[in-house]
Design a protein around this ligand. Sequence first.
Ligand SMILES: Cc1ncc(COP(=O)(O)O)c(C=O)c1O
Length: 446
Amino acid sequence: MTAVEQSRRLVTEIPGPASLELTKRRAAAVARGVRSTMPVYAVRAGGGIVEDVDGNRLIDLSSGIAVTTIGNASPRVVDAVRTQVADFTHTCFMVTPYENYIAVAEQLNRLTPGSGEKRSVLFNSGAEAVENAIKIARVYTRKPAVVAFDHAYHGRTNLAMALTAQSMPYKSGFGPFAPEIYRAPLSYPYRDGLIDKELATDGERAAARAIRVIGRQVGADNLAALVIEPIQGEGGFIVPADGFLPTLLEWCRQNNVVFVADEVQTGFARTGALFACEHEGIEPDLICTAKGIAGGLPLSAVTGRAEIMNASHPGGLGGTFGGNPVACAAALAAITTIESDGMVERARQIGQLMTDRLSRLQADDDRIGDVRGRGAMIAAELVKSGTADPDPQLTGKLATAAHAAGVIVLTAGTFGNVLRFLPPLTISDELLSEALEVLAGLLAEL
Ligand SMILES: Cc1ncc(COP(=O)(O)O)c(C=O)c1O
């Protein structure tokens, strides 16, 4: 294995000739519905760098959308995968099960918030975990309805699309969607504060607003689950006001509604805690995890209170590839890495560095309306100068310019005006600072 050199280097235009060639082949072979942030093709990655087919080295502020939190090709993951792949690649846990599935479940039960007895079940993707959490909540409560929130993103399968708020590009043309999904207002401090200052800081009030809507439109008697991202991901890294999540959880407990935390994007050290729910001191009934769980291999899980998790009859949950042994081996190695290498603390340091730099930038440039997030999950919401009107054009231009300069950044937000930063925790301070200086320089030019 060659270590990837930890420096930004552009040897061609972005995209270079080899990437352009692959773009042609792709157009003739791959369905156009799959879009890529950058038109460059990766050959290796590690630390804070992704290297492309033309030999360009790009600073990675995306982690493949919050997946390679412990870094790409992380050494313990590589070793564990090599060993497992040589022993066996698949038997199917539903046919002849194996130990490392159980070991991953044990680790999830140990690590997720909540001290009571827990159980876990493994799947392949975040959307699949969310779908299964809803199945479990429905069979437990014997109720049909589910509440999701404004700006939510929960995936691309049918039920997950129904839970997802934004039509374009996630839902448009793909309906009809699963029934019995209702939407409640989120706590969005920056935008709430434009109308009502108190709502921006008082999470209990924001929760009361949501509970009123739920009461009117659904009624707790019909509600199986409330699904929420403790910090919204695709919605634009929206951190709800203090008290919002605990108040909703309390209401769920009083009304036999299962509180499902979708920690697919926020889980596994990303936010400077092992799970984002810890920042609010809440213990959800069920937690969905995926992305950062296995160092880049496809794995997801639902973990939660044993009483709820065991509600399904045997055979009701599962899937051919769910908890694949290679992915489980990777997950165990990833968890060891997070714990042994101080990854939670590293996420906090990265958060401090990014927040400091972006806040200084904001002080000099009123097009940065808001800087928010936790740990290594930080975003800047861009607005038109002198207003709070979203500026998706500026956001798109800045992201495109950053890509051309060799920095991988993602955009997000219902209004398309959020630049979001999800660096791997293995990035050096130097690379991270360099990427932020590139962005600052580009913003000044635009
Ligand atoms: C909060 C959240 N839930 C669910 C999903 C869907 O996960 P996947 O793409 O693995 O299906 C995502 C993906 O971005 C996510 O951010």
